[in-house]
Design a binder for this molecule. Sequence first.
Ligand code: A3P
Length: 320
Amino acid sequence: EKKILTLLSDRYKEKFTKFPREKGWMSEDVYMYQGFWYITDHAFSIETVIAVQESFQAQSTDIYIVTQPKCGTTWIKALVFAIVNRTKYKNINPLNHPLKLYNPHKCVPFLETEIISNVPTYVHGNSPRLFSSHIPYRTLPKSILESGCRLVYMCRNPKDALVSWFYFANKLTDKSRTQMTIGEMLNVFVKGFLPYGPYWDHVKEYHKASSEDPTKILFLTYEDMKVDTASKVKRLAEFLGFPFTEKEVANGVVDEIVTLCSFEILKEVNKNGDYRKGMANNTFFREGKVGGWRNYLTNEMTQIMDDITMEKFHGLDISF
Ligand code: A3P
């Protein structure tokens, strides 16, 4: 991976070092590409995003899961994987279900990691292929938009996303990065100087795309998904083209999937081991709650976030 990253960096460095640059997340340089900010020399970096954009080929049967980081990517990946593959794993010992053995990020790879990885993933040989990404709508590879495949987008209350970012960043075991205070994280989040920022523009573009073509792009919120998860899972399955039969519903298959993908179960499965170098599996499971921001943000911080959200989402039916 390191080798491929170096190769990509060599290929694109001359190009991106001329892009706007700021000191951002964890005091790293962030570069603006097509209106969004990226770090470099990492799986989720400007090099990999440009490489994905230039070379990734979608197939019409593919399913994509797109999020801003910390908006519930791990959860929605698990749910989509469990829904789409439920027949395949029906007759195996439930303890051997891939979600009981591996991090959901292994079951549904990121386009950004897929492009630099030589390791086979669950995607190979499977149809539909499941991929995820944090890439903004405007930067998606053309073939994804042209192939007519389905895409699920999930966002989350930006105040909870901010707090989640804060804890995630400070838990990364890569010590070359500087630890941040919550105030510093707020500052960076508001300016959008963190990978795939600004949050609001990302959400708005997918929201618009979904309202223009709801059969191809499903717009979900973490908060909505938390309320009556079973009925949302049924809707998700219909959208994906894998609706539950009446018999499955009667047999409790929907509830089984909700339980399998619950925060408690996945947290337990992922309590040990590493997802990637410097990133433990348990980094993706902290509180898993709606509204936890109340315990971390001051009134002033809350006001700053609410003002921007009000301004940016004005007139849109996005509620948390
Ligand atoms: P918190 O930090 O607020 O707890 P991402 O997967 O996009 O990195 O987002 C991580 C957030 O999703 C974390 O939020 C994490 O706890 C939460 N999360 C992970 N798995 C979850 C699950 N199965 N159900 C609900 N929330 C989950």
